[in-house]
Design a protein around this ligand. Structure first.
Ligand code: GAL
Length: 420
């Protein structure tokens, strides 16, 4: 009985403290994101835990759908109805589009205090600041899209030794895998996934300058070139190695096919590594990571950034805590180890990352030095979404046999020009 009275009293006291301290004890952030696959959710938990340690409650707003297509639709309706989340996972040009609408919060004071200017790669700062140079987003990682992930056992069985260097070697390997009775390519037939494979194929076919001209600068000559036709022909070639159920498959289910030994390779960004790690597989022993054949030396990047929306004063403190947590060096290491990406800071050591992560970090730095670092079109860093979606439509229609390669090249030139 005495105990009960005491605890009732303690409850009252806590209530009074809460009242006296304003909203402090109830700080929360609502975060909209599309990290619903196993490896992604595990990475996000690192952030949730860190904030909860600081007394900030995490209100989760997940919207499934790779690369955030659906999440961006939900965001639009939230903002339209005057109910923006505290923070939103976002990519490249979408950040700039929202900045231009004047609805984002300014993080410049925090950024100055924590010296973000000195440590965030310049390629990301371009997207994380608005046209007035104010910080509006906190980048949590750098991903790269031109990777190939392979089941090591299958590679060993068909005698793949070392890197698959170029397109011809890739085709020879895929043929051997087919003969051995496996599905060569684990493929998810969704427009953003088609485009992820396509951009690697374009890079491999035309080289880095061609990639930039075609899928960053949208030069009509490059878009309408014979090289582009070859890239489309190569997409048709890859189609010969996918299973009949590829259509609509989620990317992480395709990764699971490689993990389970049903398929040999997946062409996907390094978020796929998060799934391998989550299944307790070791790089080099159980799975192989290498650049998409013929793209070695070039890095197509994207970066997940937490964009902060203007919120009421009562939510501001928690929002700043979130931004600061995202940028902290210890968090960047802990998060990226799980996510498959690399830190969005140039001053953190990579030695805690696995072999693929260390390779990715070195290659990112080298590509940056040698100007071989380009924005991924499929993941929002090549063009605003109108142009991006125009490319998606053509690539997907062609992959599904609606266009010949000649028709696809023409359609690409027209669709891009109409969307610009
Ligand atoms: C990318 C994003 C990654 C990963 C992937 C699959 O656009 O940058 O973090 O989530 O989509 O959804």
């Amino acid at each position: 009985m005495g105990k009960r009275i005491l605890s009732a009293f303690a409850g009252l006291a806590a209530g009074a403290a809460l009242f006296a301290g304003g909203a402090h004890a109830e700080e929360s952030v609502e975060v909209l994101h599309w990290w619903t696959a196993g490896g992604e959710a595990a990475a996000l938990n690192v952030l949730k835990d860190q904030l909860e340690e600081q007394g900030v409650t995490w209100q989760d707003m997940p919207v499934a759908g790779g690369s955030g297509v659906q999440a961006m639709t939900v965001l639009r309706s939230r903002v339209t109805s005057g109910n923006a989340p505290t923070a939103v996972q976002m990519l490249g040009y979408d950040i700039q589009d929202w900045a231009n609408e004047g609805v984002l919060a300014d993080l410049s004071d925090l950024a100055a205090k924590e010296k973000w200017d000195d440590v965030v790669p310049k390629a990301l700062q371009r997207f994380a600041k608005n046209s007035d140079g104010q910080w509006i987003a906190a980048p949590v990682n750098v991903h790269s899209t031109n990777w190939m992930w392979a089941n090591k056992k299958i590679f060993d069985e068909v005698g793949v030794e070392g890197e698959v260097k170029d397109w011809d070697e890739l085709i020879a390997v895929l043929d051997k895998i087919k003969e051995a009775g496996y599905t060569p390519i684990a493929y998810g037939g969704q427009p953003w996934q088609d485009a992820t494979v396509f951009e690697a194929v374009v890079l491999s076919t035309g080289g880095p300058e061609f990639y930039k001209k075609a899928l960053n600068d949208f030069d009509p000559e490059a878009l309408g070139s014979d090289t582009m036709k070859t890239a489309f022909d190569r997409m048709s070639k890859l189609h010969e190695y996918v299973d009949p159920n590829f259509s609509g498959r989620d990317w992480n289910l395709a990764t699971a096919m490689v993990i389970n030994g049903k398929a040999a390779v997946q062409f996907m960004g390094d978020w796929a590594k998060g799934e391998f790690l989550r299944a307790d597989l070791k790089p080099g022993e159980d799975f192989v990571c290498q650049r998409f054949p013929g793209t070695q030396g070039t890095v197509l990047f994207n970066s997940d950034q937490f964009v902060m929306f203007q919120v009421g004063e009562d939510k501001r403190d928690a929002q700043i805590k979130l931004a600061s947590a995202v940028m902290s060096p210890t968090f960047q290491i802990a998060f990226n180890k799980v996510k498959g990406s690399v830190p969005a800071r140039t001053d953190v050591p990579g030695d805690e990352l696995d072999a693929c992560g260390q390779k990715g970090m070195k290659e990112l730095a080298a590509a940056n030095e040698s100007n071989q670092l380009f924005g991924s079109l499929a993941h929002g860093y090549g063009a605003p979404s109108a142009v991006k979606n125009a490319v998606f439509d053509v690539v997907t229609a062609h992959f599904n046999g609606e266009y010949t390669s000649d028709e696809a090249v023409k359609a690409l030139v027209e669709a891009v020009s109409a969307a610009q």
